[in-house]
Structure formats: structure tokens, C-alpha cells
Design a binder for this molecule. Sequence first.
Ligand code: AKB
Length: 318
Amino acid sequence: MRKILITGALGQIGSELTVHMREVYGTANVVASGRRTPKGSVVVEDGIFELIDTSDVSQIVNAVKKHKIDTIVHLSAILSAVGESDPVKAWDVNVGSLLKVLEIAREYNCSVFTPSSIAVFGVGYQKMKTPQDEYQRPTTMYGVTKSSGELLCDYYSKRFGVDTRGVRFPGLISNVTLPGGGTTDYAVHIYYEAIKNKKYSSFINKGTYMDMMYMPDALDAIVNLIEADPAKLIHRNAFNVTAMSFAPEHVADEIKKHIPEFEIVYDVDPVKQAIAESWPDSLDDTAAREEWDWNPKYNLQTMTSDMLSKLRAKLKNE
Ligand code: AKB
């Protein structure tokens, strides 16, 4: 059985991936890590947890040695909108910590999964059905770090034989932990506001299409790619994956089927809007489907029903 270390386990993906991986691989085989120990967190309290700041290489090495780790899932990262307010920090966190993880993986024989993003695309590429192997000229620091991360992972795979794998995640929608500082975050906030206030003011303009995915599909993507037969992988870093593509008015229309009074208004944030417009309208995920059977379960309709029912229960108890 694998021994897995998850960095950034308290974030939007990590908080659900940790629980999912403990179910798949056994609680004793998954070491979650983060920079805080929030009270009541299942990530901290229901399994093994290590305090790790990924800017400190010795903290990662100690955990790898202590727990005999063979697989690192590296999630610590700064997202697109926050990255634009502090580009140097975004580079240090996103590229600096990945390089440390790759070096440790080389020395201690670990495989590495780390997510890339639709943000690797920026200008001069095919915006609809963006192909797997497409020109990357990102216009945000976040995109620059993710594109660099893909190159670093390929380099460590080819030069040192480290088993590196990744996906280009679109906007991820979840009901457990809020995303922090992304451009696609509107597609999470809209559900919370629909339940709390029956109204949402969107910082992304109508007509702006982006790819999205419900978190259960994202968790399956990570585990299925980690477990994929390496002989079948033509690509590694990183696969286009998507489950749906929509603009704000489409998710609003879907919410209205459940909450007829719901209203969407627009107060566009120019920085986030410019980022959104630089990203694909839709991705072509054929390579992921062919090489490791990627097949998402949720579309906008089924995701909206599930989000609203889970959030209603959660917000009632808050
Ligand atoms: C963001 O909006 O920054 C992220 C992403 C698409 O990578 N959700």
C-alpha cells in the first residue's frame, strides 16, 4: 500500500482529498500536512497530521523519512487573483516549494502528483476545445507558475525518472472548504449566496465561459491518475480535464430551478475579468479519457442539486 504525504491539506482540494484518500488507502497510510492546526478539523484530528511549511525543505524531508513516504501529493499553492496582488510570493510558493518537493522525490524515491490549471493558457491559443498539446503563454503570475511547474515535473520525470503526474484543473466547486483567491471562485460563492440571500453579485461578467468541475470528480481524477498504468501514459504533466463549461448566467438559471426568487446581478472586477477572458472557454480532455479513462460523473444540473442540498444542511447547522 502507498504511503502518501499531502501538502496543503487544509485547502479547498486538500480538505476533501485527505478524507477521500484515507478511505481509499487507509487512515494509517495518509499523512496530511499544513501550516496550522485548526480546532475541530477532521484533517487534523481524524488521522495523521504534520505541521509543515513547504518553504522549509527540512520539514518536508523529516515527514518523508518519519512516515516512509513513497507518494507526495503537492497541493500548497497561491491561486490566480491573489497571485496578481503578490506575484513574487506566488512564484516562491508555487514554484519554489514544487522544486523542493521534486528534489526530495528524487532523493527519497517518491512519485509526485501536483495539480496544474487552465491558467497555463493565456494568449495565442485555441480558446474553444483547447487541445491537450497547445501553445502556453499565460498572462498571470499564477499561470506562469503552473506552466513552469508542468515543465519542472516533465524535467524531473525525463532526467531523473521521478514518476510525476498532473492535471490542468478548471474551476473546482465544492461545499466543504471555500476556495481562496481564485478567478473561478464566483461559481462557489453563488451557491452560498443563493441559500443565504437569494441574490448574488458576480465579479465575473455574463457571457464569460470557463471550465468547471465538481469536487467529487476532481478527487477521482487525482486518485485515478495516480493509479494509472504508466505504460499507457503518453502525457504526464499535465492532462486537460473538464466536466462542464458555463458562464455565470447559466449557473444562475440552474439555481433558479430550485430557488425561483434567486437573482444574479453583476459588479465586474476588472482584474478577475481579464484573467477569466484569458482562459479557455472549454477544454478538450480526450487525452485524459484515452490514457487513463477520465470520465466525470457530474454536470451542471446534477452538481447544482447536490450543492444546494449539501449547503442547505451545512448552513442550517452554522
Ligand atoms: C483559480 O481560479 O485561480 C483556480 C484555477 C482555475 O486554477 N480555481
